[in-house]
Design a protein around this ligand. Structure first.
Ligand code: CUA
Length: 378
């Protein structure tokens, strides 16, 4: 009985409270709250987006080698545009929700005179329920449509007549790169022509894996695509400016996943032809380096490495036919110099612990001869 009385009193008190709040909204407070809410949220957004905007505006490739906001390839442009739209929609949602939240926190904060009051109960309001069901569905629907269109544009693109075909095979922890139409095999550095003055030269790449799942990602050139064992995925790139684009494996694939680096070197069409011609040359065979050659061919190196037109036909490791034409060793771990090559062959585990290339326990004499031979493979 007593309880009932109390709750009756409470309800009437509550109703009075509601009316009071609605009838006398304290306007200066409202202003301050909105200002604080929207103003601080906007300021925070600007501060957060500052570096990205600065990077994007600078457009300097040297400082932004893996920035998706500086796309320099056709599919990367499509992804960039859609990501701007998504960011814009999400920023608007963030500002509106954050602003309303900040406003409510200030405007309806706890006050001593409302100690025993409850706020107005809006449970079951059809308008509110409809608004927060229909608006998100519309937003998601727009995003689905725009995303689907971009996916179709990128994935459904047909190779133009002058496009280049390449196959990239992910290994623990390096990239095998093949050009089936050109008869070239290399590693870790994908050479491609650029699209210049409207003459399209995209490169269509088949992605495969020799062991576990890897992921091909060169942010300025295209989206991220996985390399899955027993599956073939496709990606294409179409750089519009010559230069070196860096990327790396983007799917955890074991101990040296972080050092499975990838370079895409985009050439002018003439330079690309020169690179192709150089790579098609047979390997150098200098009679003065016979001792090193014999040392190489008498060890188990040839079980894993190939040198074209020789007995070395291994496929577990990178093709060495034009080893010295590459910029790095160990998939981007060290620069490809004769000294580094020597250190690498002496003990690959030092530069890249866990690499599948073992320490061959060569004597200093064997090592020097072998490195002299390998460093002639230009
Ligand atoms: Cu390959 Cu991570």
């Amino acid at each position: 009985m007593g309880d009932q009385m109390t709750s009756q009193n409470f309800i009437s008190q509550k109703r009075e409270g509601c009316t009071k709040i609605r009838k006398s909204p304290s306007f200066p407070l409202y202003q301050r709250a909105t200002k604080g809410g929207f103003g601080s949220v906007l300021t925070a957004l600007l501060i957060l987006s500052g570096p990205a905007v600065a990077f994007a505006a600078s457009g300097d490739n040297a400082f932004t080698p893996t920035n998706i906001f500086v796309p320099l390839s056709t599919p990367a442009h499509a992804i960039y545009q859609i990501s701007l739209l998504v960011l814009l929609i999400c920023a608007a949602i963030f500002v509106i929700v954050g602003g309303l939240l900040a406003y409510s926190i200030f405007r309806f904060r706890r006050r001593p005179e409302h100690e025993n009051l409850e706020p107005p109960q809006v449970y079951g309001s059809n308008q509110i329920e409809l608004a927060w069901t229909v608006i998100p569905i519309l937003i998601v629907f727009v995003l689905i449509l725009v995303t689907t269109r971009t996916i179709y544009d990128v994935q459904g693109a047909l190779p133009p007549p002058d496009s280049v075909n390449a196959t990239v095979v992910g290994h623990q922890w390096w990239w095998e790169i093949r050009y089936p139409d050109l008869g070239i095999v290399t590693a870790n550095e994908l050479h491609v022509p650029v699209t210049e003055s409207g003459k399209r030269r995209p490169t269509f790449i088949r992605l495969e894996s020799a062991d576990v799942a890897h992921s091909f990602w060169v942010p300025q050139l295209a989206g991220k695509i996985d390399l899955i064992p027993n599956r073939r995925n496709l990606v294409w790139i179409e750089p519009t400016e010559p230069g070196t684009y860096v990327g790396n494996c983007a799917e955890y694939c074991g101990l040296q996943h972080a050092r499975m680096l990838l370079r895409v070197i985009a050439h002018t069409p003439d330079d690309f032809q020169k690179w192709v011609a150089a790579q098609k040359q047979p390997p150098v065979d200098n009679p003065q380096l016979r001792a090193g050659r014999d040392a190489f061919f008498s060890t188990s190196c040839i079980n894993c490495h190939a040198i074209r037109e020789t007995n070395a036909a291994g496929k577990f490791g990178p093709d060495l036919t034009h080893l010295m034409s590459r910029e790095t060793l160990g998939a981007g771990v060290i620069a490809n110099t004769v000294e580094n090559l020597q250190a690498w062959v002496r003990d690959p585990q030092h530069a890249k612990p866990g690499a599948l290339m073992p320490n061959m326990q060569l004597t200093d004499g064997e090592l020097n001869q072998m490195v002299a031979y390998l460093s002639s493979l230009k």
